[in-house]
Design a binder for this molecule. Sequence first.
Ligand code: URA
Length: 238
Amino acid sequence: MQLSRALQCQGFGSRKACRELVRAGRVAVNGAACLHPDREFETERLILNVDGEDWVFRAHAYLVLHKPAGYECSRQPRDHPSVFALLPAPLVARGVQCVGRLDQDSTGLLLFSDDGDFIHQHTSPRRAVGKTYRVTCKHPLSDDMLEQLRRGVLLRDETSPLAARRCVRLGEHELELTIAEGKYHQVKRMLAAAGNRVVRLHRSAVGGYSLPATLPEGHWQWLDAAELEMLRSAPAEV
Ligand code: URA
């Protein structure tokens, strides 16, 4: 692939801007300076360097962000900063999208990708990928509330009850809940329907992939092949 094209598809600007970046001497490839935007390179194991920062070429981007509270999952946020402000500019420019959303006040595991098939697979109701949440509630959790969540609660505008795939009490006010769907405010509405109220919501896992304990709030990292495989599997039992 031509160098200027490789830079462009990684999100470093328009084709013209990328040609100028190269001509200005701001780009190195696999450790060597290159002033020729039309030079061809293998994309396999290609390491671009722009303004002194290495950037591994990836045909598609798959990443996880530890979302803090107070960020909206939108490119045009209304009342709070956007989660995209937490990603480097080239990732935003190459068009990564949120794979499923979290509310502004929710925290935890948020996936991004620019691979349309991947996004579809992980958000399609037919695939029913499990999403696991740690939920803190305002009122003590009774056995009856947990039973309602397991059996299913009917939410407004839904035609059939939505049941937790898994529901485990962690404390008097805390539970771990896995749901198969991704409906609007689903966890908050399910808890409200069961007679309680969510005060904190943290997504800890998607499929069998858990938010890495080493990833601080507000930070992101690439997903490797093993992690992508975990996303496809069922959540681990606690
Ligand atoms: N359910 C909710 O109510 N909010 C979220 O952010 C995610 C799931």
